[in-house]
Write a protein that binds this ligand. Structure first.
Ligand SMILES: Nc1nc2c(ncn2[C@@H]2O[C@H](COP(=O)(O)OP(=O)(O)OP(=O)(O)O)[C@@H](O)[C@H]2O)c(=O)[nH]1
Length: 313
């Protein structure tokens, strides 16, 4: 498949995945803008529409005001508004759309993967493992979600599939100790990348924080700069709650980048715009489906156009 075909294929998948979010926005724009002049009421309705699509109050107000500029008192076609919205969203997302970069000077580059249960951490780890294995890198996985046997098994499956060693311990075992062992092994083997999975029991914040802090403390004994990255995986279906998760996890570990999954299962995909606007954290990848191919590097313009219901890329 050529690069253009591949890009086109991904754009259709992205557009299909974001359908629930985009049809609410796109349909709302048609309802608001058909045969009406752009006045204060229309701006307010647009703002409300964006808030209901989870773009956040402050961000929605700013976008609506920007779109209204130079268009006041004119009858504007819905398609033009969708295009203008895509441009506004793209301006917000562009600075945060940054691919994850492997630091080759680290042996290994240590990545701590955090996020609440079921957010898509394992899928993300599997995808990264596959990507770097295909590039000929040595990758070690640490099954740090020691609470659930299924989480460990799932990571082992990824290990087998991608040819990566998976360091595990018994169910209920110490995640920090396991991370230490995994880093020791990865260092000894001159691995390029160590991906550490973690448990995400946000319902017990104190335990979660204590556990993450312990992992951080312990791996720093072997490498004071580790972890070199901390990826927070967010589930888009949680909507505005994803903003709280960025804050909570940010207090424990220095979150360096985000991955947002399950954008296909929700009408709340706009939350990614609110998060980008508020935290300015790099967004490395997004997921619009259950297969590993549905997790792709984040492209701001494509996302903005798909979310706004602009038909082509
Ligand atoms: N629809 C959809 N499902 C996804 C996406 N990403 C992951 N999933 C599914 O969500 C479920 C949870 O994903 P995992 O990768 O196991 O998440 P986790 O954070 O490791 O979960 P725990 O191990 O339970 O903590 C799985 O059934 C995945 O197939 C996505 O982008 N879209």
């Amino acid at each position: 498949m050529s690069k253009t075909e591949e890009k086109k294929g991904w754009f259709s998948r992205l557009r299909d995945g974001l359908k629930r979010s985009s049809s609410a926005i796109s349909g709302g724009i048609t309802d608001i803008f058909t045969k009406r002049k752009l006045d204060d009421d229309v701006i307010e309705e647009l703002e409300e529409l964006l808030i209901s699509a989870d773009l956040g109050v402050a961000t929605s107000a700013r976008i609506a005001a920007n779109i209204a500029k130079n268009r006041f008192d004119k009858e504007i076609a819905p398609e033009e508004i969708r295009g203008a919205l895509a441009d506004e969203v793209s301006t917000i997302l562009d600075p945060v759309a940054q691919p994850f970069l492997l630091d080759e000077s680290r042996k290994p580059h240590v990545v701590l993967v955090v996020g609440v249960n079921g957010s898509g951490k394992t899928t993300t780890i599997g995808k990264f493992a596959k990507q770097y294995r295909s590039a000929g890198k040595k990758v070690v996985l640490a099954a740090g979600d020691t609470f659930r046997a299924a989480a460990v098994e799932q990571l082992q499956v990824w290990g087998q599939r991608t040819g990566c060693d998976v360091v595990t311990t018994k169910v209920g075992g110490d995640a920090a100790g396991l991370s230490f062992t995994a880093l020791e092994k990865a260092k000894a083997e001159q691995a390029d990348l160590l991906l550490i999975d973690t448990a995400g029991r946000l319902q017990n914040k104190t335990d979660l924080m204590a556990e993450l802090e312990k992992i951080l403390r312990v791996i720093k004994k072997l490498d004071p700069d580790a972890p070199h990255s901390c990826l927070l995986v967010l589930d888009a279906t949680t909507g505005q709650n994803a903003l709280n998760q960025v804050e909570i996890f940010g207090k424990v570990c220095n979150v360096t980048g985000l991955v947002m999954t399950k954008l296909d299962g929700t009408a709340r995909g706009g939350v990614l715009v609110a998060i980008a606007d508020r935290f300015s954290l790099p967004v490395h990848a997004i997921g619009v489906g259950e297969s590993e191919d549905d997790l792709q590097p984040f492209a701001a313009k494509d996302f903005a156009r798909a979310l706004s219901g602009v038909e082509s890329n």
